[in-house]
Design a protein around this ligand. Sequence first.
Ligand code: GDP
Length: 453
Amino acid sequence: MSERTIAAIATPLGEGSIGVIRISGDDALKVADKVFRSFSGENLCEKLGYTAAYGEIIDGDRIIDDGVALVFRSPKSYTGEDVVEISIHGGRLMLKSALRVILQNGAFMAEPGEFTKRAFLNGKLDLTKAESVMGLISANSEAELRLSRAAHIGKVSEKIDGIEADLVSADASIAAYSDYPDEDIEGLNYDNFLKMLQNAKTQIEKMLSTYDAGRILREGIETVIVGKPNVGKSTLMNMLSGAERSIVTEVAGTTRDIIEDTVTVGDITLRLADTAGIHETQDTVESIGVNRAIDRIDKAELVLAVFDSTMPLDSDDLKLLETVKGKNTIVVVNKTDLESNIDMTAFYGMRVVTISAKNNTGYEELSKEIAEISGTNSLNPDTVVLISERQRACTERALDGVNEAINALQSGQTMDAVGVCVDDALAALFELTGKRVTNEVTDEIFRKFCVGK
Ligand code: GDP
């Protein structure tokens, strides 16, 4: 239990029909009783958990608003402490006045993420679940929501607990073997240790492999659309965003600068930049745009290289093709509603999609290719997906530990040395879920939360 009782507005400040103020801590009910007068005359201190009272929130003689107080009794609350949630009308001033009076009556202003931090410290959720709270609140796509939800209900924790249990059992077997090397105990042999460690390695690698695709689902993918003037880049961008976003014109070279836009294709948010056509130009304004476009190809995580199917590939097209080869590129052959004059064999070995941006055809195929190239198509957001860079780093450290243990075993080092490497792997997993974690790490995680969470 924490010594301070904290309070904060839990809903966004704006004009909402309802706004909620949350109070948590040993004195939550006492503080609430000073500012909330129930119409039934009953004190909140006398009420059981999971019950509500209708009444008014008061500042001395002044009634601020009428509303409902919900009582949660420790440990059956979000934070694990006594909690009162007061719902009143959701105006900005209204909520601030109510919070002020609560703070004047014994509660302290909560720090960012302090409610969730207390939930973690009181064992209500582990760190992977705590981190998922941010994803649940800020999800931009259905897939992101699903993977945050999966983490929140404990899919990531369960998986890690399983790997931890395997490693603990490997550790115990190794320790027993070091203590009694001459005993012939079943299971305590080299082959079995190797099998246990390799099994843990496979599971950790599998978990780690979810990170990149998960990150793309959460944050989107930095995408650049490149191609000569007039091949239909702006039209493609408009097809993707479903709006007249870029300047579309029949005069070659008029999309001169980089226009940022964000579109969602299937489950993936593309952070798009429409660029000047890649071609050699004498025009100074345009050449700035072209250089920036080449620069963007280097930085982009995904390149959509557009070609006009009505014309044979010229030297500019071939130069572009060379530039984008080896990048994460999808070749988009456009204007397929018109007669084709393009030699498709030039794209041999590359991912190719044929579209008509003008007629809106080929969207599904493009969406499928994007999901494939991003690895999101093979990711099931309802299962284990690592959802933060911190989780990825811990998992990688666990993998390093297991790899070192395998090396130590295979190179004939002592069992103690193998055991030390397994311990390192375990320490990384304990940090991942928060079973063993420093205050600095926890503070860092919860600092990213907003006040009220
Ligand atoms: P950009 O310079 O690469 O951005 O090309 P634009 O998007 O401005 O398109 C150049 C011209 O090609 C415009 O007249 C478009 O209407 C036309 N265009 C673009 N996509 C298609 C398509 O799929 N089919 C046909 N027939 N015309 C297209």
